[in-house]
Each structure stands twice: as C-alpha cells, then as structure tokens.
Ligand binder design. Structure first.
Ligand code: DAO
Ligand code: DAO
Length: 285
C-alpha cells in the first residue's frame, strides 16, 4: 500500500502552510504521499489509510503509525499538527518549496512529486525543476478493466507507461538561469537516447519537431510552469504557463518523455517508487 514519508506540508487556505516536519526515517526531504491530498479531503478517505501493514508488506513504520494516530485524533506528537477541516488544494515539496496542486485539468490527480537535478561538468549539481505526475483514476480503471485489481504496483505503472491513458507531468522551474538553448541540449540528451530505445523511426526528425516548438524568444524564469501531457491517442501536448505551445502525435515520444520520470532509470528514483505505490493505492479505493 501507501508509504508515508515526510516532511511535506499542507498549505491551508489563507494561512501559513501547516508543516509536518521531521522523520528519522526520511531519506530525502521532498518525499510525500499523494494520499496526503485525498486524506485531507474528507473523512471517508481516513478509513482508506487505516491499514496495519505498509507498502513493503511489513509492520508500519514510526512515520506511518504517526500519521495514522494523527488522523484518528490520537496524536501525541509534538512535531505534527494537521488541520484537515477544508482539505489542502496543494502539497508543498519542501526541498524546493514548490507547491503542487492536488488536482489539475479537472480530474487528473497528483500521484507523486520529485526533483530533476543536473550535474554540471561533474562538479556540482543544480536543482533544475520539481515535478509532479498526474493521472485520471477513472480513466486508468476503465483502460485496465479487470486487470487493475490483479497487478503489482510495478506492473500497474508499466501499464500506465504503455497504455493510451491521459497523464500529465508538471514541471515547476527552480533554476533561475535556464536558456532555451540549454533546454534543447538537455532534451536532446535525455529524450534523444530514449527515442532510439522506444523505436521512433526517424528520431532526429521527431526531436527536431518537438524542440522547434520552443522559440528562442521564450523565457523560462524560475517559477515557470510547463506541462507535458500525454493525451488520448498518444498525443504529446505541451503548455507553458497554461498556454498551448504545440501537440505532436507520437507513441515513441510520449513513451520517452514518461520514461524520464517513471521509467527504468528515472531522474528521481524515490519519486518513481512513490508514484508506483500511490497508483496502486489509488486503484484500491
Ligand atoms: O546554465 O548551462 C547551464 C546549466 C543548464 C542546465 C540545464 C538543464 C536543463 C534541463 C531541462 C529543463 C527542461 C525544462
Ligand atoms: O529534464 O531533461 C529533461 C527533459 C525535460 C523535458 C522538457 C521539455 C520541455 C521543454 C519546454 C521548453 C520551454 C520553452
């Protein structure tokens, strides 16, 4: 089932975010459970996380216990306070401070968040953007049919990668000096190698078609929001600040882009695992 790793924070309407901080077991600070979004959305969801075994099939961790007791009103933890009355509309990724909406495009729900870092000349790493992966639970259910209850978390994620199900990766830029040229170069690097693997016949032409959507005069300052969406029919649609930049129909291109986040060698391994687990728990509700 779901793993709970903290800290993350719930912004409350009109208030400072309520931050659940600290966890001795946390291996990296930006992890979160997408269930956080739905947990706070209503009492009905509470039952869904009142389980006794964790996602790894073992006993619940200190953190999982903490969350369960918090949500059942038995909290004795001085470090955690959570006001659930209205439910959060977003989850804050605490390493970068980027806030991700729990739902976008009406019905696509947040499955997990992560961080894209890039090493410069092997010397230092920069945080380039935080990302969130969203999908529509009902669409996944319909697409998988009977299979949805029978597959493991990893198999479900594989289905999500391959199937004709709409899905969005939302990038929130944190690096302040991005130029279109460096985006093009990085893209040719990361997506180019995957396109070969996933079998586009004319990879160069496809890459060029994609990157030529991004005009040199575009600016991508810190805070920019870019959404890469796979729409039904394997159409990759890109928006910048909510404005359509272009759409390209290509299964190989969609597959290659998604592979960056939830494939075999993702930018953020922990995020990928969380997305897998949250997808599985999503489908159980
Ligand atoms: O300033 O030269 C530099 C380093 C730039 C690193 C750029 C990485 C770009 C990653 C892709 C961003 C996609 C929005
Ligand atoms: O992180 O290496 C990477 C690739 C991310 C894909 C980014 C594509 C979006 C490019 C948007 C350009 C905006 C002008």
């Amino acid at each position: 089932m779901v793993s709970f790793r903290f800290p993350f924070s719930f912004p409350q309407p009109g208030n400072q975010p309520n931050v659940i901080s600290k966890a001795a077991t946390t291996s990296r600070s930006h992890s979160f459970s997408a269930v956080a979004c739905s947990v706070a959305a209503g009492a009905a969801t509470f039952a869904a996380i009142s389980y006794s075994k964790n996602s790894r099939g073992g006993e619940p961790s200190v953190v999982e216990n903490a969350l369960n007791s918090l949500l059942s009103g038995r909290s004795s933890l001085p470090w955690a306070s959570l006001a659930l009355a209205d439910g959060p509309a977003s989850v804050v990724e605490s390493k970068t401070g980027e806030s991700f909406p729990c739902v976008i495009s009406g019905s696509r729900k947040l499955l997990g968040i992560g961080l894209r870092r890039k090493s410069l000349l092997g010397l230092k790493s920069i945080d380039v953007y935080a990302f969130g992966v969203y999908t529509d639970k009902d669409e996944v259910r319909i697409s998988l049919g009977d299979k949805s209850g029978k597959l493991s978390a990893a198999e479900l994620k594989q289905e999500l990668l391959e199937a004709d199900i709409s899905l969005t990766v939302r990038l929130q830029i944190v690096y302040g000096k991005l130029s279109i040229r460096s985006v093009r170069n990085a893209f040719e690097d990361s997506v180019g190698s995957r396109l070969q693997k996933f079998g586009g016949t004319d990879n160069k032409e496809l890459l060029q078609r994609f990157t030529s959507q991004f005009k040199d005069e575009y600016k991508i300052p810190r805070g920019s929001v870019i959404e890469l969406s796979r729409e039904r029919g394997h159409v990759l649609r890109t928006t910048i600040e909510g404005k359509d930049v272009g759409s390209i129909e290509s299964k190989a291109l969609c597959r290659s882009i998604l592979d960056l986040y939830i494939g075999e060698e993702p930018f953020d391994k922990q995020a990928k695992e969380e997305i897998e687990n949250n997808l599985a728990s999503f489908l159980q509700k």
